[in-house]
Design a protein around this ligand. Sequence first.
Ligand code: NAP
Length: 291
Amino acid sequence: MSDITIIGLGAMGSALASAYLAKGMEVTVWNRSAERAAPLVAKGARLAENAAGAIDASTLILVSVLDYPAVRDILRPAAAHLEGRTLVNVTNGTPDQAREMAAWAQSRGAAYVDGAVMVTPELVSGPEAFLLYSGNSAAYHRQEATLAVLGSSTYVGEDPALASVYDLSLLSAMFGMFGGYLHAAALVRSEGIPAAEVTPMIMSLLNAMIELFPETAREIDSGEHPTPSSNNAMMATALRNVLDGSREQRVSTALMEPIWALFDRASKEGLGDRDISALVPLIYSPDGARA
Ligand code: NAP
């Protein structure tokens, strides 16, 4: 038996397998396209013939493929082999997909832990690496030391969907930032200014803004939105200038328009003198998304 089986040897799966091999652990690997296993086999991994063989090789099975349909494609034909295994699925997906996969794995006799890797493959097992897990707590705690090889681990709860909720929340923050940055770069380039020139200024501004997040979070959670020095009405006007200025520069406004619309609506709904924390109920309220 190997110490761990890794199924899926894309950029992330290969990094996960490499981290275990670097620790001198016995690692069995499998990937739909077998050639991707070659660099890992050269480092000492055993290549299973098929997914069923990979599952047979270890009691701990770590899956990292593109999406949940790929996980299903791989595991369904090998379902009979899952009995007694711990299945840790760190494939990105939705809360419902995680719950459905947990129920399916449990019905096959496997203990299911859902997870998310919150860094790029290059950073796996390094000081910045962190991963989120949810699902079968007994199985998670049994495997905690092995999972810790990949980076610091946070177990967020028994509901298998929770790791996905946290993962998608963090990705929302990241992708929103990417969208803003890409628009910013396009805007300066419309005037022939290199992105490299404005980037340190953007980083400085974002770093200062991020410092405000803990206080914003307190306001969101308490529902108390004090009158701030930077209010929503002022920001709606500034965002209108971002849209108008972008159009003047022939830069697409597609990324920024939904953000302006949110601030504009807040102003029209009497939240113009409030802080950005007052916008969250416009995006989500328990009776359904509103924005
Ligand atoms: P990737 O390099 O594109 O690899 C995709 C993997 O999925 C390959 O092993 C591929 O197999 C497999 N696959 C896709 N469709 C399949 C199917 N129908 N049946 C069987 N295997 C299938 O992607 P990655 O970067 O490794 O990402 C893996 C997971 O990690 C994703 O859920 C991603 O969101 C997550 N993640 C990635 C990063 C990152 O920066 N890369 C960071 C955090 C989380 P083949 O080799 O046969 O095509």
